[in-house]
Ligand binder design. Sequence first.
Ligand code: DGL
Length: 269
Amino acid sequence: MDNRPIGVFDSGLGGLTAVRQLEAVLPHERIVYFGDTGRVPYGTRGEDVIRRYAAQDCLFLEQQDAKIIVAACGTVSSVANADLRARAVPTIDVVEPTAKAAVAATHNNRIGIIGTAATVRSGSYAGVITALRPETQVFGQACSMLVPLVENGWIGEDDEIARLAVARYLQPLKEQQIDTLILGCTHFPLLTAHIRAFLGDEVTLISAGQEAARACAKLLAGTDALCDPAQDGGTVFYVSDLSQNFAEVSRSFLGREATDIRLVDIHSL
Ligand code: DGL
């Protein structure tokens, strides 16, 4: 048994979609969340910068005595996964569990992956998927504009801009006749209704946050590191900048209003 908290980080507040899944799967665990709101986005940056930021994010969570670190960010998971594995604390990235779930779901071996430019450029998902099943074809599509769209709340089912943006990005994947789509970015679960409407119900959608939460639960259970089931769970939130309206954003990403937000000087680590 291990009552220390689970650490979760992301480039910003999108990682709260993963926290929501973790809170559902592991309700007794304590969670420490760090969102690098002062340096978001990561997805448009180069590899060296993303790796440096990810190292600082992990260090902060290690200082909070995290027993495990979940990299909720698709970009970090894609670009810095070797660095994550080399850390002293066990880490979970979103790529491996999500790629495994996609391979299990596909029937025609044609999988799409949408993410940031850095995620798609890295070829991370294709690497894991083709190692698991070499005959699978993976079609990547960077969807950079969808991130600010979600952050600005343009996600309603009747939002015409969201509908058009989703259609424009997903049209090439539809033409490739994918039967499974990986939502490889923290923000994209919020566009599920639009994505489903465009691709149809026959395409299986795989959410990275959900798969990472399940993988985390499995790893903790397998290493006897789950907390005392009598413990009261709860999440504390740290950010590197308070400029965003955390209360409002947390309602859409986390499904409830987050309170008690603390500021971290991440640059000094
Ligand atoms: N959290 C990032 C991801 O999942 C999206 C936002 C960003 O570009 O930093 O890739």
